[in-house]
Design a binder for this molecule. Sequence first.
Ligand code: ADP
Ligand code: TRP
Length: 321
Amino acid sequence: MRVLSGIQPTGRFHWGNYFGAIRQYIDLQHEEASYYFIADLHALTTVHEPARLRQLTIDAAIDLVALGLDPTKAVLFAQSDVPEVSELCWLLMTVAPMGLLERCHAYKDKVAKGLPAGAGLFTYPVLMAADILAYDSDVVPVGEDQVQHIEVCRDLAGAFNARFGQEVFRLPKAKVLDHSAKVPGTDGEKMSKSYNNVLELFEPPAQLRKKIMRITTDSRPIEEPKDPESDHLFQLYRLVATDAEREEMAATYRRGNFGYGQVKKALADAADRFFAEARARREALAADPAKVQAMLRDGAARARAAAGAVLQRAQQASGLR
Ligand code: ADP
Ligand code: TRP
């Protein structure tokens, strides 16, 4: 079984990205083969400062490895280092119905808001289909919001196979990541960089602690017993606490007579400990840019070998070459 997923380098990774997605990709790297890439071509639809895009791409690679992705096991690369994907994207474009793309939410939502949308955003799902099909992927782990794009990918692969009467592309399946893992932000809403409520994975510890101490809480009296499950501070704490700490904190909530300041301090301490190892690995990697570049080059070479074979199949089937 071959697993593939991509993540856009549109900002530094936050707890939502890690607990909602990255952690689960990393767990899947033990499957037969896994491909993980940094979707810098997709990010070009939103990030328009070249130096920033370059830095975010490198940071994403360093973060993923620091968090446990093993680049000797999984194939880790930058999307734009595999030009075969862009060629495949064109071939898929020739079987993509306009109506299908018009229904895709990224484009549709923007148009509905009266915002200008470019052809890059319109054809975004076709590039994503090329990403997936280029490596004969079987399983694509994604958040709920990307499931529609996997359906489009299956449609395009099926349409191409049908047009040329050959099984050129293997049809992938989405693996929807655990929905209960929705991580709240510092304001209690879903954590997202668009809401400015994120706890970044690798912000300096003192800054992170300050942000945690400022998390919004309610003003119920201290002595009132509280339900831990419905409190966003507890939802964050449970992600980084040990089982014993989590149980103890839940009991404290149910008993009442505690202040949120005490929970925040416990959260900051647990977070420090939870990410300490990754933080140390990150620092070591960041200090060795040549190693990171070599890692991405090696990943790209392995990815190109796989994508080249698939592209050749598609070219031959369609009368090119
Ligand atoms: P953002 O909302 O900050 O722009 P992205 O859309 O780039 O984040 O998300 C990348 C991945 O992280 C997606 O697979 C998404 O499902 C996951 N993710 C983002 N925020 C959260 C969250 N608050 N809880 C759980 N998963 C999340
Ligand atoms: N569109 C995805 C996102 O925004 C990122 C992505 C690009 C992707 N290509 C992919 C995910 C291929 C899975 C497979 O999260």
